[in-house]
Ligand binder design. Structure first.
Ligand code: ADP
Ligand code: ZN
Ligand code: ZN
Length: 733
C-alpha cells in the first residue's frame, strides 16, 4: 500500500507531460494523500520540484532506480479523485497537458507558495485592558493573565493613547505581545436582501421538471425576461435543503453588480463570487472557502466550473450560447462540455439557459441528450419590442448614401423629441473585409464552402480561407451589373461622427474597446447613460448583453451584415443571437420599445427570423444547411493554426504538415482536408498565420495522434513556429 506514487511535475515542457513514479519513504507513508503537492527530486541535478500525486502504485519492477519523495508540501489534497477523472477526460478531448488541466483547478500562486494573508496585531493581557484605559502604563502593574485582547497598533494608539515608543517598551516588559493573525481577503460586504418571488406557473413547471426528472441535462429556452434567474435561484435553494452545492456560470460580461447583488442578497454568506478582477490572494481565499465547505453556491465566469465542491448537486450555465465559455488558450475547453463531463462524474444536474440557444445544444435536445424546457412569455408582463427591417438597397436607389436609412433617421428624431433614450449598435469586431454589391446585396462567396470570400488588401484578391481558392475582385457585379462593388468598412467612430453632425444637439456616448480601455471607464459610461447623462449610446457587442435601461425605447442596428458576412459557418447563428439580444435592450420598462435593423440582405433567414422572434424556424433552416454542407453538429472542424515571424519557414512547415495530413487522412472519404492556406487574419503582431482544416468525422484519437506527429515534425524549429490545435474552435479567423 502506498509504496509508490505517480506524479505530475509542475513544468510546462511538452516532453515532461507524463506520469513519473516515485518511492514513498516509510516516514511519509501515513500522511501521503491522492491529489497532494509533494516535493520530488527531478532531472540530472535532482532539483526539488513540485509534483501532484495522481495515483498510488503498490508494486513496480525495481530494476530501474526509483527516486524518493522529498517532502509533503500541502497537508491536504489540492485536487480530488473526481478531479483526476476529469483531467483524464480533458486530456483526451483537448489534447492538452496534465499540468494545464491541474492549473485550472487550483488558484494561481498555490504552487508558488501564496497562502493565507496574515497581519501583525498586538495582544494585550486581558486584565490590564480596563486599568490601562483609566491610567497610562507604568511598571506598577503586575504582569499576569492571558494575552486575549487583540488590537492593531493604530487602535492601541486611538484607544489607549500609546505612542509607538511606549508600545515598544511594553512589548519588552511582556505587557504586550506581537502575533501574526490570518485575515480573510474574501468580500464580506453585506447586501440588501433580495426577496424571493412566487414562481409563476411556467417557472414552477420548469423547476418541477428539473427536480423530479431522472434526466440529468436540461436546456431552458426562455425569452429574455422570462424569469430564468429566479428559476436558478429556486433550484439553488432546493439544493441547499438537500445539503448539496451549486455552481452558477454567467458570462464575464454579465457578472454585473446587479447579478452579484441578487445572489448575495438571496443567499448571503453562502455565496462566493469569482470574477476576473480578483487578486491572487482573494482568489485563493475564496477557493479555500469552497474547498473547506464554507459556501454552498459559487457564481462566476467560465473557470468557476472547476471549483472544488465536495457534494455538487447543480451546475447552471446561463446564456449558454455565449462564445466566452470557450477558452482560447490551452486547454481550449468549453465550459458547457466540462459541465457535461462533471454531471457524469459527479452525478449532478446540468441546467443550460438561453433565449437563443446554440445550434449544437438545441440539436442535442432533438436527440434527447438534453431535456428541452421552453418559456415564451416575459415574467413581469412586459411586452416584446416591435422590430422592423430596412432594406439599404432601396435607400441607395433613392439616392440616400448616408449610413442611416430614412426610417432610422426619423425614429431617432422622434425619440430625441420625446426625451427617451437610444442605443445604436454596430458589430465592428466582426470581420469587415467581405466584398459585396451595394446595389443588389450580392456577397462574393466561395463555391466550395459557402462562406464569404475575404478581401486581402496587400494582394488585392479574394481568398477563401477554408479551402484556399482565390478569385479576382470583379469590377462589376456579376448578378446585376452595377459598379458599386465594394468592401465593407464602417466603424463605431464613424457612426459617432455622423450622429454628432446630423443630430448636433443630442448628447452622445460611445462604448467600445477603444473607449473602455482605462479602469472604471466601462462603469463610468454605463452609469452616465443609466442616469440619463446622454441621449444616444453607440456601441459594439459590449452593449448587447445584460443592459437593462428602462428609458431606452429605440434600438438601431446600423449594419447587420457585418456579422452575417464573417467567414465562418456560424455567421447566421451569431447574427440571429446578436440581433435578438440587441433587440432585447428596447422597451424594458413600461414604454413600448422599437427596433430598426438596417441590412443589404433582408431576405437572409437569420435577419428575417430574428426580427420575428422565431427561434424554431431559424433552427430548422440552419440545421438543414449545416447537414447539407456537413458542418457541425454533423461533423467536426479540426484546425491546425501555425504562426511565425519567419514567413518562408512557416510556409515550408505548413506544406510539410499538409502533406503529412494528406498522406494519412486523404484515404478517409468522410474527412475533407482544406488548405494549407493563409488564415483570414494573415498577420498578427508580426506573426504570419497559416492554417489547415480537417472537416468531417475526425475522432479525438486521430486528433491526439496528429498533435503528437506535428510536434515531431516541428521538433527542430519548435521555438520559431507556434502551433495551435483545436476542434470546433470559437473563431476561424
Ligand atoms: P431572465 O433571466 O429570463 O432574463 P429575469 O430572471 O431577469 O429573466 O426576470 C426578468 C424580470 O422579471 C426581473 O425583473 C424579475 O425580477 C421578474 N420576475 C421573475 N420572476 C418573477 C415572478 N415569478 N414574479 C414576478 N416577477 C418576476
Ligand atoms: Zn449587384
Ligand atoms: Zn472554399
Amino acid at each position: 500500500m502506498n509504496n509508490y506514487i505517480g506524479v505530475i511535475v509542475d513544468s510546462e515542457a511538452v516532453s515532461l507531460d507524463r506520469v513519473f513514479t516515485y518511492k514513498v519513504p516509510e516516514s511519509l507513508k501515513s500522511d501521503i494523500k491522492l491529489g497532494q503537492i509533494v516535493k520530488v527530486p527531478f532531472g540530472m541535478g535532482n532539483k526539488k520540484v513540485n509534483g501532484f500525486i495522481l495515483e498510488f502504485i503498490d508494486e513496480i519492477n525495481e530494476s530501474i532506480k526509483i527516486k524518493e519523495v522529498s517532502s509533503i508540501v500541502t497537508d491536504y489534497s489540492v485536487i480530488t479523485a473526481k478531479d483526476i477523472d476529469l483531467i483524464l477526460k480533458m486530456k483526451k478531448r483537448y489534447f492538452c497537458s496534465y499540468i494545464d488541466c491541474i492549473k485550472l483547478m487550483i488558484p494561481t500562486g498555490i504552487t508558488k507558495g501564496v497562502g493565507h494573508k496574515t497581519s501583525s496585531v498586538v495582544c494585550i493581557r486581558g486584565e490590564l485592558v480596563e486599568k490601562l484605559k483609566k491610567k497610562p502604563y507604568t511598571d506598577i502593574y503586575e504582569v499576569v493573565g492571558e494575552y486575549n485582547g487583540v488590537y492593531t497598533k493604530s487602535e492601541l494608539n486611538r484607544e489607549f493613547k500609546f505612542s509607538l515608543s511606549s508600545i515598544n517598551t511594553m512589548i519588552k516588559h511582556e505587557v504586550l505581545k506581537i502575533v501574526e493573525k490570518v485575515v480573510s481577503r474574501c468580500d464580506n460586504k453585506v447586501f440588501d436582501s433580495y426577496e424571493e418571488k412566487v414562481l409563476n406557473r411556467k417557472q414552477a413547471d420548469v423547476v418541477n421538471s428539473i427536480l423530479s426528472s431522472n434526466a440529468r441535462k436540461f436546456l431552458i429556452h426562455g425569452v429574455t425576461g422570462s424569469g430564468k434567474t429566479e428559476i436558478y435561484m429556486y433550484l439553488v435553494k432546493k439544493m441547499i435543503e438537500q445539503g448539496k452545492e451549486s455552481i452558477i456560470l454567467v458570462p464575464e460580461i454579465s457578472l454585473t453588480p446587479q447579478m452579484v447583488e441578487r445572489f448575495k442578497g438571496r443567499f448571503g454568506n453562502d455565496v462566493s463570487v469569482f470574477h476576473s478582477k480578483l487578486s491572487d490572494g482573494e482568489r485563493y481565499d475564496e477557493w479555500l472557502r469552497v474547498k473547506n465547505g464554507e459556501v454552498r453556491v459559487a457564481v462566476g465566469a467560465r473557470s468557476a466550473i472547476f471549483l472544488p465542491f465536495s457534494n455538487l448537486g447543480l451546475i447552471v450555465i446561463d446564456e449558454e450560447h455565449e462564445g466566452s465559455y470557450k477558452s482560447e488558450s490551452d486547454p481550449k475547453y468549453s465550459a458547457v462540455e466540462i459541465g457535461e463531463m462533471k454531471s457524469e462524474i459527479e452525478g449532478c444536474k446540468l441546467v443550460l439557459g438561453s433565449a437563443t440557444p446554440s445550434i449544437d445544444t438545441y440539436y442535442k435536445c432533438t436527440n434527447k441528450e438534453y431535456k428541452l424546457l421552453s418559456i415564451s412569455e416575459r415574467a413581469d408582463g412586459a411586452s416584446m419590442p416591435d422590430i422592423s427591417v430596412v432594406d439599404m438597397r432601396e435607400e441607395l436607389k433613392e439616392n440616400n448614401k448616408s449610413i442611416f436609412s430614412r426610417k432610422l433617421y426619423k425614429a431617432i428624431e422622434e425619440t430625441l423629441e420625446k426625451k427617451e433614450q437610444i442605443i445604436l449598435f454596430l458589430n465592428r469586431r466582426g470581420f469587415s473585409t467581405f466584398v459585396s454589391c451595394r446595389k443588389c446585396g450580392l456577397v462574393f462567396k466561395c463555391k466550395n464552402c459557402d462562406v464569404p470570400l475575404t478581401y486581402h488588401n496587400d494582394k488585392k484578391y479574394l481568398i477563401c480561407h477554408y479551402c484556399g481558392s482565390t478569385e479576382e475582385i470583379p469590377k462589376i457585379c456579376p448578378k446585376c451589373g452595377s459598379k458599386y462593388v465594394k468592401y465593407f468598412g464602417v466603424g463605431t467612430e464613424r457612426v459617432e461622427r455622423e450622429v454628432k453632425k446630423i443630430f448636433s444637439s443630442a448628447r452622445v456616448l460611445r462604448m467600445d474597446k477603444d473607449t473602455t480601455g482605462k479602469k472604471n471607464s466601462y462603469e463610468l459610461i454605463y452609469n452616465s447613460f443609466k442616469n440619463g447623462g446622454a441621449d444616444i449610446l453607440i456601441g459594439t457587442q459590449m452593449i448587447a448583453k445584460g443592459f437593462d435601461f428602462k428609458e431606452v425605447t429605440l434600438v438601431g442596428i446600423v449594419a447587420a451584415d457585418l456579422t452575417l458576412n464573417i467567414p465562418d459557418y456560424r455567421a447566421a447563428e451569431r447574427t440571429f443571437q446578436l440581433v435578438s439580444q440587441v433587440s432585447g435592450r428596447a422597451g424594458r420598462g413600461n414604454k413600448k420599445g422599437r427596433v430598426i435593423i438596417q441590412t443589404y440582405t433582408p431576405e437572409s433567414y437569420a435577419i428575417k427570423y430574428s426580427s420575428q422572434n422565431d427561434y424554431e424556424s431559424f433552427y430548422k433552416t440552419e440545421i438543414m444547411l449545416r447537414e447539407g454542407m456537413n458542418y457541425p453538429p454533423f461533423s467536426k472542424i479540426f484546425i491546425v493554426n501555425m504562426s511565425s515571424k519567419n514567413e518562408s519557414l512557416l510556409i515550408k512547415y505548413t506544406q510539410i504538415v499538409g502533406n503529412f495530413l494528406k498522406n494519412n487522412f486523404a484515404v478517409y472519404d468522410n474527412i475533407d482536408i482544406l488548405g494549407p492556406c493563409p488564415s483570414p487574419i494573415g498577420k498578427i503582431n508580426e506573426f504570419y498565420r497559416w492554417q489547415i482544416i480537417l472537416k468531417g468525422e475526425v475522432t479525438y484519437d486521430m486528433a491526439n495522434f496528429i498533435k503528437k506527429s506535428i510536434y515531431e515534425i516541428l521538433k527542430k524549429d519548435y521555438n520559431v513556429i507556434r502551433i495551435s490545435i483545436d476542434i470546433n474552435p470559437l473563431s476561424l479567423l
